[in-house]
Design a protein. Structure first.
Length: 352
């Protein structure tokens, strides 16, 4: 494969830095006005950072958790990996419990557990190598998906994206935003729209800022403007990421994705899901089996710490929804494109 463009030129941000002593996370609660890192020196600090959204996005929380295991190992003495695995299991469980919906978290921890159990006296080095490999493979997958996804988009198209699926949400380059980076660079994408992504405003605070850092113009819309935008004919594709893709192709992603898929189908706009194969969970048969994270309703009652809702009002805050496979035109992973996904096509693409 030839690179679609100079990757480094269009991809400056890195949310997760391993210093050798600590894990530094670009604090996504404070962007875009404050660019500051939080340093985690033990695994419970990493779990807290994942739960509190200092680091967020399915692949990024998996990578952060893998480094969390490396940090947890510092508090443990063991002769070999099997003994270390037994001692580290409570820390792994706490990391796993930090957020429920994105399968990448459990996937990364399973990978760390697997190499640990088979390791000898060098188990600390084995863990560190695996954490680094998880991050490196994610970056490579994103670059590959960028090329595969962009190739589906006709020159001159407009796209709408949701949430933040960029470098901030991954080891770098991004999933859906990687496709957008590649598509813009190749001249396929002429217009980029990003939804605000209420209530946490990943689109407004993170996506348009991230694209601006790399010189890509994007237009912010209110989430509620999406159907109207589609009706104008300005967008030909909705391009989103995923937190868990089931065996039948049903896909969990940021709340609001499902209604975008419905509106897209109504308007003849195509719908693309972009995620590494680590987001595919063949053990979950369909969307009804996915645990949807519910967050503090307080996230909906104000903006930037300023209350906007009268006292005494109740709020419901599910932060993911499930888009049925039937509304998805293409699932793009680093292994290839699954068009019109269903259980048989998913099995053919991903079954071991
Ligand atoms: O709650 P968040 O911000 O972690 O949710 C993130 C999303 O829903 C993303 O679309 C998904 O994780 C893919 S990120 C490449």
């Amino acid at each position: 494969m030839t690179d679609p463009f100079d990757f480094d030129r269009y991809d400056h941000i890195r949310p997760i830095l391993w210093t050798g002593d600590a894990l530094e996370l670009l604090d996504q609660r404070r962007l875009p006005f404050t660019v500051e890192h939080v340093a985690c020196s033990d695994s419970d600090e990493v779990a807290r950072a994942i739960h509190d959204l200092a680091v967020r996005g399915a692949p990024a929380i998996g990578i952060a958790a893998a480094w969390g295991v490396v940090l947890a190992a510092r508090a443990v003495q063991a002769a070999d990996g099997a003994e270390a695995a037994r001692k580290l299991e409570p820390a792994l469980q706490r990391l796993n419990a930090a957020r429920p919906t994105a399968v990448n978290l459990a996937w990364a921890l399973a990978r760390m557990r697997r190499v640990l159990v088979g390791a000898g006296g060098d188990w600390r080095e084995v863990l560190e190598r695996e954490a680094r490999a998880i991050a490196d493979e994610d970056l490579a997958a994103n670059r590959r998906m960028g090329a595969l996804g962009a190739a589906l988009i006709a020159p001159g198209s407009g796209v709408l994206t949701h949430c933040n699926t960029g470098s901030l949400a991954t080891a770098g380059f991004g999933t859906a935003l990687g496709v957008i980076r590649a598509g813009v660079a190749e001249g396929r994408i002429a217009r980029v729209f990003a939804g605000e992504t209420r209530p946490w405003l990943q689109g407004a605070r993170l996506t348009v800022w991230e694209l601006q850092q790399d010189g890509i113009d994007a237009t912010l819309i209110a989430d509620s403007a999406a159907a109207h935008l589609m009706k104008t004919g300005a967008v030909q594709w909705v391009v989103v990421g995923a937190d868990r893709i089931c065996a039948n192709g049903d896909t969990a992603n940021k709340i609001g994705t499902y209604q975008l898929a419905i509106a897209a189908r109504h308007h003849g706009v195509k719908f693309m899901v972009v995620a590494p194969s680590s987001t595919v969970d063949l053990d979950t048969p369909g969307g009804e089996a996915i645990e949807i994270e519910q967050r503090d309703p307080a996230e909906m009652l104000g903006i930037g710490g300023v209350r906007t809702v009268a006292e005494g009002i109740a709020a419901w805050n599910p932060v993911f929804d499930v888009t049925p496979a039937g509304l998805i035109d293409a699932i793009v992973t680093e292994r290839g494109v699954v068009e019109h996904p269903d259980a048989a096509r998913m099995r053919a693409a991903f079954a071991p």
